[in-house]
Design a protein around this ligand. Sequence first.
Ligand SMILES: NC(=O)c1ccc[n+]([C@@H]2O[C@H](COP(=O)([O-])OP(=O)(O)OC[C@H]3O[C@@H](n4cnc5c(N)ncnc54)[C@H](O)[C@@H]3O)[C@@H](O)[C@H]2O)c1
Length: 347
Amino acid sequence: MKLLVTGGAGFIGSAVVRLAISRGHEIVNVDALTYAACLDNVAEAAKSPCYAFEQVDIRDREALDAVFEKHKPDAVMHLAAESHVDRSIDAPGDFIETNITGTFNMLEAARKYWVAAGKPESFRFHHISTDEVFGSLGAEGQFTEETPYDPRSPYSASKAASDHLVRAWHETYGLPVVLTNCSNNYGPYHFPEKLIPVVILKALAGQPLPIYGDGSNVRDWLYVEDHADALLLVVEKGEIGRGYNIGGENERSNLELVNTLCAILDEKRPKNAGSYSDQITFVTDRPGHDARYAIDPARIREELGWRPSVTVEEGLEKTVQWYLDNPEWWQALQDRHGVGERLGVKA
Ligand SMILES: NC(=O)c1ccc[n+]([C@@H]2O[C@H](COP(=O)([O-])OP(=O)(O)OC[C@H]3O[C@@H](n4cnc5c(N)ncnc54)[C@H](O)[C@@H]3O)[C@@H](O)[C@H]2O)c1
């Protein structure tokens, strides 16, 4: 398949690009190269004759039309987004423009291309979204595909809006869409502003490990390469118009997660004295911090036969090892705007 992947220089998009190229797909990577992008993430895949790159901003409709016209993809996998909740609190406008208007532009460019091609039923517009659109859970329950939307941050509200647009373009114009909503990802090439790389890199630097609030917020963690595998399955086999929740069934409180990372580091790179967990520091909570997310992945498991390939323990161990082995990757990103600073406390 020829896949037009947006955001393919980001964390999850690059995992999709690497996996798709390894499976013999053709890739057109469309990415504006914002602060969150890193083309090194796809350096090996980019050597393939099946790979093409277009530096295009999804807010630029004309440029998108030209990309569709030039590359004639079989399917779109739309991942480009502003993705950091703390940044969405400080600068929500960027999230409205990229996540909502950018998705609108993608839908319109895809629709124009699809109509001109005679509305082939084999075409797919796969919209990649988050479990954060469902809001916050109490101690019990899980998000299913039927859970009502209840986004609570500028980031999740902008993603929820984009999900609604995608469903509307299917209902109104018949565009063959599929949607996925996934839990928190982790793994290699995770940008060093997100919790897991922040903890690993601050631990190694001997700095305080910041935990928001009391560390009781629960997230459901999925290894990024398992997410990429699920996404390729959905774009190929998912039913038109259907949404699929993707999760690892690996719930951890932030405090448990940070303690696990510290224990792995204690094993792999012991300190002269004490444990990395001695560096844990509790800081002011994020405004509107959702208490718990948990995904019920029964639909994708039962209908498409997908399961994660690694446990969270294996995935975290592989992730820590990757950061220990690749300092040149993360050192190059640490002076980018806002990285290493506490963001999202202005509210
Ligand atoms: N990270 C997670 O845990 C998670 C979980 C579920 C869903 N998602 C969703 O998956 C997608 C990818 O997330 P990620 O963590 O890889 O994000 P990321 O921030 O690592 O990467 C986003 C990529 O999109 C590009 N981009 C941003 N604005 C753009 C624009 N206007 N035009 C073109 N390209 C632009 C960036 O340059 C970057 O390469 C997002 O849609 C996100 O909402 C993420």
